[in-house]
Design a protein around this ligand. Structure first.
Ligand SMILES: O=C(CO)[C@H](O)[C@H](O)COP(=O)(O)O
Length: 234
């Protein structure tokens, strides 16, 4: 296992061991670090006979829950969650996150919002002083396909930087999310000195924007796996 993969695994296992309790209703995030969290949740559920209910935040998360034999639910049957566990693309010193590198930010934000607590699991590359220092691909913004051009133009005019339509990797044309939307990656010029709240609210007010990947004031704790086998907590 590479250094980065070992770091992801360590962070995920540490978070699951610290936070997951019997009877919990869990929100399961998306991405490659969450795979290790689900692995550990399933291991503990078997070993300790934990009764857990899992609500996915993406198609990938749903598959992970099923593959690991965990109890699958949804927000209709389980609208209140005890804990959400998810990865992040970047975490700043105030626990403001960029999420959506894997294109799942909308359902992730809904699941996080339904949870009493939200814990982030990540490797050392995501540990940042200010957003944009580590993650260079911008803030992912999920948009209604018919609105992507005016949204791109409005973002660039209002906030500067470059708003790029994310293209699919193994399909011609744009990436289409689990919700049938497009993603615009907004490469901003610099982190605002007064925080991201105002920009987050303004992004949500642009007609055609479904949700953005700035997660502000919702994470309780972040675990970062380090290259030397230690875990940093914030
Ligand atoms: O927000 C996400 C997906 O939309 C992921 O949590 C984020 O991209 C981190 O992924 P990984 O654990 O693979 O680094």
């Amino acid at each position: 296992m590479s250094g980065v993969e070992a770091a992801k695994r360590l962070a995920a296992r540490t978070a699951v061991d610290a936070f997951v309790k019997n009877g919990f209703k869990l929100g399961i995030g998306s991405g490659s670090t969450v795979v290790y969290a689900v692995e550990r949740i399933a291991e503990r559920a078997r070993a300790e006979n934990l009764q857990l209910t899992c609500v996915p935040s993406s198609f990938q998360a749903r598959q992970l829950i099923i593959e690991h034999g965990l109890l699958l639910s949804d927000l209709e049957r389980t609208p209140e969650l005890d804990l959400a566990i998810d990865g992040a693309d970047e975490v700043d010193e105030k626990l403001t996150l960029i999420k959506g590198g894997g294109g799942c930010l909308l359902q992730e934000k809904i699941v996080v919002n339904a949870a009493k607590e939200f814990v982030v699991v990540a490797d050392y590359r995501k540990n940042s002083g200010a957003l944009g220092q580590q993650w260079k691909k911008g803030v992912p913004i999920e948009v209604l396909p018919l609105a992507y051009r005016p949204v791109q133009k409005e973002i660039e005019t209002r906030f500067g930087g470059t708003a790029k339509l994310r293209m699919a990797k193994a399909k011609a044309g744009p990436l289409v999310t689990d919700n049938g939307m497009f993603i615009i990656d907004w490469e901003f010029e610099e982190s605002p000195t007064d925080g991201w709240t105002k920009i987050g609210m303004e992004l949500n007010n642009i007609p055609g924007v479904v949700e953005h990947g700035l997660f502000i004031g919702c994470a309780k704790k972040a675990y970062f796996g380090n290259e030397d086998g230690t875990v940093s907590e914030r």
